[in-house]
Each structure stands twice: as structure tokens, then as C-alpha cells.
Design a protein. Structure first.
Length: 334
């Protein structure tokens, strides 16, 4: 197989619009680091989200599954071929975890063959899945990126998903609950997890990069000026990352305050006040949010959330009915 036992696997976890692409672009300038573009892999490939990792007893089983992965994920943006995966596996049975590691190794071979630290970026590696992933990959490390939830909501509500015609956020409560869950999942005593605040990355860029390199066991005296990562950002996503090659701009870090009176911040602060205070994010909303207003927004959020989840299930089923039913079977087996 193409993978090396010396590879260091790292998961970059974050919520959308937290600054992960800017951080990835910085990290990818290190000659030892290869950061993937977003993978959006199905959860069972990693054996998380309630699934067990699938086992492939023969070549034909793996070939069919790879067809499914290529149809529902963004692995096509990595510019590796399904045939490369098939040729790299010489013994069966194999499983999803091994295939995932191989995909990382093939991405490295394609883009930065001399690198040894392989950083996976994107779903399903979410902050609240860190414990599950750590169990599946006992040697993996985690870099968790945290940002003020109000800044995340500001960016999510003002930008559309690159492959869907709707905003990232369907409600400030979606951002709030996901942020709260991400903090609970990432702040553990596990020394394999490094939490980085986006604000620290912007205001103290060199110190933050040095801290990450130390965590990864790398020399931080490296910085090149290559644009390997930014040049590989898919065309559909480039409008979201227009300034990724520029130096971090501290003047825009509190852009969300331009709409300070927006009731969105009241929803977020009501849900996340304790965690925000512990992390040093000052609460800004002075007005009280009525219980009735909160409940109305909660009902609206839950209705939209359920609708989009059902539509997603239907969409994935239509892509490959057989493999979607197999996913349900894997879930039930666990």
C-alpha cells in the first residue's frame, strides 16, 4: 500500500466559517505538512457517527463502494483516481479505516510527496466526534479551531453553501447549539487535542503557528511562500476564500459587531453564555430575550433542520439506493 507507517495523521476540526481555510493555507506552507481540501466523506468510512467501518472482502466490493464515495463526497477535488486506490491495495479483506488512510497518502503523493504530516480537513471530522475518531485512530492528533460564535453566525448567514443555494446557517440557534456541542467535545484532558482560538491565530499569528508546529513535533522555522493549498481550492468554493493568500486582517475580526443590535446575538449568548465567558468572549447583548421569542425561533429552527435532514437523506438515497441501505444496515449492526 502507498501509506507509510511514519505518516502522522492529524484531524483539523472546526465549524464552517471559523477560518479553517486560512489556517490550512498557513500550515500547508510547512514542507512537512500536507493539508487536504475538504473531504466531506460519509461517516462510515471513518467508522464514526454511529457506524462501524465497512469491511471489503474482495476487489469488486471495494470498487462499488468507491463509486459511492466519489458520488457523495468531495474527494474528486483531491485529483486522485479511484483506480489509484484499487491498485494500491494488494490484500483483502480491507476496511474503511485503511481506505481512509490510503486516501490521505495518495493525496500526499499527488500534492506534497515529501510531507509526513497528513492533515484531514472537513466532515465528518467534527469537534464533537473527536473522542470517537481518537478511538478509531489511536495515534492521530487533533487541532480544533474555535471562533467567537457570533462571528461564525455573521459569516454563515452572509454566505451561501458552495454546492447548495442556501446560507450556511438556517438559524442562529443552529450555530449556537453546534458551537456549544463543539466546545464540549473538544475541551478534554486528552493531550492529543490542541485547541486554537481563531482570534489568537489572527492577533498572534507567528506564535500560534509555532505552537501548532511544536504540538506536531515539527520545526517552526520553515515558512515558505508557496500557494499550493490555495491554488487547489475548487472553483465553486473560491468566492468564500478570496483573501486566503493575504496576511491575517485583524481589522475584520469583529465585523459581526457592525450589526450589534441584531437579535441573533441574543439567541447565541443565551445558549452559549457560560462557554463564551470561560473562553474570554465578552457578552455584548444588554437587552433581555423573552422566553416566547426564544421558543418561536427554536420551533422554526427545528422545523427547518428536520426538513433539510430529510432532504439530505432523500438526495443520498437517490444517488445510490443500494449503498444507502447498506449504511443503514451498518448502523443497525452497531
Amino acid at each position: 500500500m502507498t501509506e507509510s507507517h511514519n505518516d502522522k495523521i492529524v484531524f483539523l476540526t472546526y465549524l464552517s466559517r471559523s477560518g479553517s481555510t486560512l489556517l490550512s493555507n498557513n500550515l500547508n506552507q510547512h514542507p512537512e505538512i500536507c493539508v487536504t481540501q475538504e473531504g466531506e466523506f460519509p461517516g462510515e468510512l471513518l467508522g464514526i457517527k454511529g457506524y462501524i467501518s465497512p469491511t471489503f472482502n474482495e476487489e469488486s466490493e471495494l470498487a462499488k463502494y468507491l463509486d459511492y464515495v466519489w458520488s457523495v463526497s468531495r474527494v474528486r477535488n483531491w485529483k486522485i483516481e479511484k483506480q489509484d486506490v484499487m491498485l494500491a491495495i494488494d490484500t483483502y479483506p480491507t476496511n474503511g479505516n485503511q481506505v481512509f488512510h490510503l486516501l490521505l497518502a495518495l493525496n500526499r503523493k499527488k500534492h506534497k510527496p515529501k510531507s509526513s504530516v497528513l492533515i484531514y480537513k472537513g466532515v465528518p471530522a467534527m469537534p464533537w466526534e473527536i473522542a470517537n475518531i481518537a478511538g478509531r485512530y489511536p495515534k492521530a492528533l487533533f487541532i480544533n479551531l474555535i471562533r467567537d460564535p457570533r462571528a461564525i453566525e455573521y459569516s454563515q448567514s452572509n454566505n451561501k453553501l458552495p454546492y447548495e443555494n442556501r446560507a450556511f446557517s438556517i438559524s442562529p440557534l443552529q450555530t449556537a447549539y453546534e458551537w456549544k456541542k463543539s466546545i464540549a467535545g473538544s475541551y478534554t484532558s486528552n493531550d492529543r487535542v490542541l485547541n486554537i482560538k481563531f482570534e489568537d491565530f489572527i492577533h498572534h499569528n507567528e506564535e500560534t503557528i509555532h505552537r501548532i508546529c511544536y504540538f506536531l513535533g515539527l520545526n517552526s522555522q520553515f515558512m515558505s511562500e508557496d500557494r499550493l493549498f490555495s491554488m487547489e481550492i475548487p472553483e465553486e468554493e473560491q468566492y468564500l476564500h478570496k483573501k486566503v493568500d493575504q496576511k491575517p486582517d485583524a481589522s475584520r475580526i469583529d465585523a459581526w459587531k457592525e450589526s450589534k443590535k441584531d437579535i441573533k446575538w441574543a439567541y447565541i449568548e443565551r445558549v452559549c453564555a457560560q462557554e463564551m465567558t470561560l473562553l474570554g468572549y465578552e457578552l455584548e447583548v444588554s437587552s433581555q430575550l423573552s422566553t416566547m421569542s426564544f421558543l418561536k425561533e427554536w420551533v422554526r429552527y427545528k422545523a427547518l433542520d428536520s426538513f433539510y435532514k430529510v432532504m439530505g437523506m432523500i438526495r443520498r438515497f437517490l444517488v445510490s439506493p443500494a449503498f444507502y441501505l447498506k449504511k443503514i444496515k451498518l448502523l443497525l449492526e452497531k
